[in-house]
Design a protein around this ligand. Sequence first.
Ligand SMILES: N[C@@H](CCC(=O)N[C@@H](CS)C(=O)NCC(=O)O)C(=O)O
Length: 236
Amino acid sequence: MIKVVSFKICPFVQRVTALLEAKNMPYEIEYINLSDKPAWFLALSPTGQVPLLMTENGVALFESDAIIEYIEEISDPDAENGTPEQRAIDRAWSYQATKHYLVQCSAMQSANQETLAERSVKLNAAFEKAENQLGGGPYFHGAHMGKVDIAWLPILHRAQIVEKHSGYDFLASYPKVKAWQVAMSSTGVAEQSVPDDFEQAFSNFYLADRTFLGRGANFDEGPIEKAAAAGGGCCC
Ligand SMILES: N[C@@H](CCC(=O)N[C@@H](CS)C(=O)NCC(=O)O)C(=O)O
């Protein structure tokens, strides 16, 4: 069986597990501690990053883009999946999501309102592009959930948890993206793609008292020293 080496709150891993869940493909998962990477993992992973996927032939694959393409190929080797142009366009729209995973991670870690605004500029531009591209929904290409939807899933899922815990809605100005988030959520794939304690682990990291969102996105709070609060990195 395929095995995914994971870190619980990594968005790149979630893209991979969401695709496996959406395709009903069985897989094992092993979580590692990224601040104390096991020797076996470092021996297998050229980058030292998760996700790492072990194929049924025992080959270690790295880089989520490559892993996604591998899963697409083995799950449906004969699928045409549209024209070469359509596939290129899908990859480009997927890239619009994945290049913003770390941007969202950084925005969520903002210590104060000003930092959140600064760090949200690029994220908002990405939401704006998606808003202009989305049609009548419910998914990116209409009736069926596809690879572009899966690429955006980690961002939409995280925005949903942030809103639930803090009241702050990253998508407030983007009604079509908001409707897309609701449609994606109703599939259940987001919950299936993360461990049971994901929301807790995510909140402990991003919605702790050191972050503006963790303190309930209180726009009336006084100045908070940036240095005393959150850094700008990702989950790891
Ligand atoms: N380009 C990589 C990015 C993966 C990535 O940034 N993974 C993070 C966790 S979210 C990681 O493993 N960080 C540990 C490290 O860089 O040492 C991919 O798409 O797979």
